[in-house]
Design a protein around this ligand. Structure first.
Ligand code: G6P
Ligand code: MG
Length: 224
């Protein structure tokens, strides 16, 4: 078991952890699913969280038993259509959209000398961070284009530790997706879930309210 004193860094997912861009991804994908005649459900919505753009489209098509209906070029077009709509939503983001308490938590981490990086599957992460005014907090962002495997594979979380010069065991990973929690656990990092404990059952600790994500509360959870 990792001890709190061993922790030197924090590896953040972005969408659904730092801000509610998860709702924008959901809106854009559900619109496309409608267009494709694929039934939307809570399970599909949760299953999509954390998946890359193409893996998301594949899951939607598979859910509707349409995985063999489109050529690679048509799939590219559909994914681009979704992303264009997503980017329209992203344009509306301001620093006021940072989840409550997250900016304070980032400041607390900085004050205590913790390192931090972004482990998001999103190619739009730098744009979202810039809209939120958080670019300076995250000098280190894993480029999802460099990855061989998507979440739930641990690759992105191992890379996110590596780019801040740490071993995975020295990091806590924050995630709102079950696929992400699985990746963090497989990377041997401590997993912190943001969302419902009923869904994030594999996380080492879960916070439903981002206001409660503080070093003191994390330490208390690890000493349980
Ligand atoms: C994140 C989100 C997913 C999204 C993925 C790719 O992991 O949780 O919902 O599909 O990034 O995002 P992108 O912006 O590259 O399409
Ligand atoms: Mg997420």
């Amino acid at each position: 078991m990792t001890k709190f004193a061993d922790i030197k860094g924090f590896v953040f997912d972005l969408d659904g952890v730092i801000t509610d861009t998860a709702q924008f991804h959901t809106k854009a994908w559900s619109k496309l699913a409608d267009q494709l005649g694929v039934k939307w459900s809570d399970d599909l919505q949760n299953g999509l969280k954390g998946l890359s753009r193409m893996d998301s489209l594949e899951l939607i098509l598979k859910t509707g038993h349409k995985e063999n209906d489109y050529s690679p070029a048509e799939k590219e077009k559909l994914a681009t259509q979704k992303n264009d709509l997503y980017l329209q939503f992203v344009q509306t983001i301001t620093p006021a959209d940072i989840f409550p308490g997250i900016k304070e938590f980032l400041d607390e981490l900085n004050q205590h000398g913790y390192l931090m990086s972004i482990a998001s599957a999103s190619k739009n992460a730098p744009t979202v961070l810039s809209k939120l005014g958080l670019t300076d907090y995250f000098e280190h962002v894993v480029d999802p284009r460099t990855l061989t495997h998507g979440k739930p594979d641990p690759e992105i979380f191992i890379k996110a530790a590596e780019i801040i010069g740490l071993k995975p065991e020295q990091c806590i990973g924050l995630e709102d997706a079950t696929a992400g929690i699985a990746g963090i656990n497989a990377a041997n990092e401590v997993s912190l879930g943001v969302g419902s404990p009923d869904i994030l059952t594999e996380a080492d600790m879960v916070f439903e309210d981002t206001n409660n994500i503080t070093l003191a509360n994390i330490e208390a959870n690890m000493n349980k």
